[in-house]
Design a protein around this ligand. Structure first.
Ligand SMILES: Cc1ncc(COP(=O)(O)O)c(C=O)c1O
Length: 379
């Protein structure tokens, strides 16, 4: 009897929270894939649907399954490592102009590793207020103090650095996932150098898109040696899944020993590894994909250059702000009726009151498709 009461109060709490979400008009449900024109996925270069790449992955996979296991069978430190794993990591280190790279099962998990393992009790983490949830969750697992600085605001950051204790860590994204703008990376690197802080950059939305062979924005700006510790993810521009942390060999050794989200999990499957490897090899030979994407970005921006509801962004992520959730949702519905797919971004992913429409541009979007989207936005 007692148990029954406890159980019903548990479900009551769930129900109460769900009803509150519904009342805010921000209740989420899962939807299955859409066959509408894609202005919503992170598949910026169309690699997840690229037939040639799929064939390359299939044939490489067939070739190497004979000598490798399909599933990793354990964590990297027990039975999950392989020569092929290490080969892919060396290859990635080369792509990212780094001494080493360590693969993680996802960007989320890589960010948990980064921020839970390096900052220690007595240290200070200073992070851009718009940093991704995975970075924030990583910090929550650390015993260091943490404070946010105003978005891309060097002055706000410097004030905090001056007050910070212990080793200082500065955390940012090269391209912000829900705003699409870029961090002032060169200035941040200078500031980090001035105060002997460590600057970590999450390159989730720039990997594949910028730099030679998709090496990211840091590399594109010639800052790889000034910002060696970075997270590159493979589930967005690379059309696959997983992530790696780059850095000097000592960083890799440290993570293998202290990053719990690396140590206590089964390693990634062989198919996933092959997909990552082949995606980068494909980009090496097909730099036109990123060029086409950048052309589409410029095309979209030029056509909407006087529209004050579009946030400034040079990336594939373009943001339309609205007055309220209802307006954003009704704009999204209007676009859906024109056979195009976009997604509203609601609180708590973004701050309450700053709900928005997130448009993702791709290399495969035609100018006609972009024109149709712009017509909807202009109406
Ligand atoms: C900035 C940023 N970092 C990390 C992640 C997590 O990457 P993954 O999807 O590979 O877990 C995301 C994905 O949403 C992201 O936008």
């Amino acid at each position: 009897m007692e148990n029954k009461t406890a159980e019903s109060s548990f479900f009551n709490i769930l129900n109460h929270k769900i009803e509150a979400r519904k009342a805010e008009n921000s209740f989420r449900i899962l939807t299955t894939e859409s066959n509408k024109i894609d202005f919503y996925s992170n598949d910026y270069l169309g690699l997840s649907r690229n037939q040639v790449l799929q064939k390359n992955i299939d044939s490489k996979y067939k070739e190497i399954t004979e000598i490798n296991k399909l599933g990793a069978t354990g964590s990297r430190l027990i039975s999950g490592n392989s020569i092929y794993f290490e080969k892919v990591e060396s290859y990635l280190a080369q792509v990212f102009e780094s001494e080493s790279a360590l693969i993680f099962n996802s960007g989320y998990v890589a960010n948990l590793a980064l921020l839970s393992s390096f900052p220690q009790k007595g240290d200070t983490i200073l992070y851009d207020e718009l940093c991704h949830a995975s970075l924030k969750d990583g910090m929550r697992l650390s015993f260091a103090d943490r404070y946010s600085f105003k978005h891309n605001d060097l002055l706000s950051l410097e004030i905090l650095i001056k007050k910070a204790k212990g080793q200082v860590f500065i955390i940012t994204e090269s391209v912000f996932s829900m705003d699409g703008d870029a961090a002032p990376l060169a200035h941040l690197a200078d500031l980090a150098q001035k105060y002997e802080a460590q600057l970590f950059v999450d390159e989730a939305h720039s990997t594949g898109i910028y730099g030679k062979n998709g090496s990211g924005l840091v590399s594109n700006l010639g800052l790889s040696s000034k910002i060696p510790i970075r997270v590159h993810t493979f589930g967005k521009g690379m059309g696959s899944h997983g992530a790696c942390i780059t850095g000097p060999k000592i960083v890799k050794d440290y993570l293998i020993n202290f990053a719990r989200s690396f140590i206590y999990t089964t390693a990634m499957t062989l198919h996933n590894l092959v997909s990552i490897h082949e995606s980068f090899k494909y980009l090496e030979l097909n730099s036109d994909l990123a060029k086409k994407l950048h052309f589409n970005i410029q095309y979209f921006k030029e056509k909407l250059k006087n529209n004050t509801q579009i946030l400034p962004s040079d990336s594939a992520i373009q943001i339309v702000m609205g007055d309220c959730i209802e307006q954003i949702k009704s704009l999204a519905n209007k676009i859906h009726l024109e056979n195009m797919m976009v997604k509203p971004i609601l609180s708590p992913t973004v701050k309450l009151g700053s709900e928005r429409l997130r448009i993702c541009l791709h290399s495969f979007n035609t100018t006609n498709e972009i024109d149709s989207l712009i017509d909807c936005l202009k109406q």
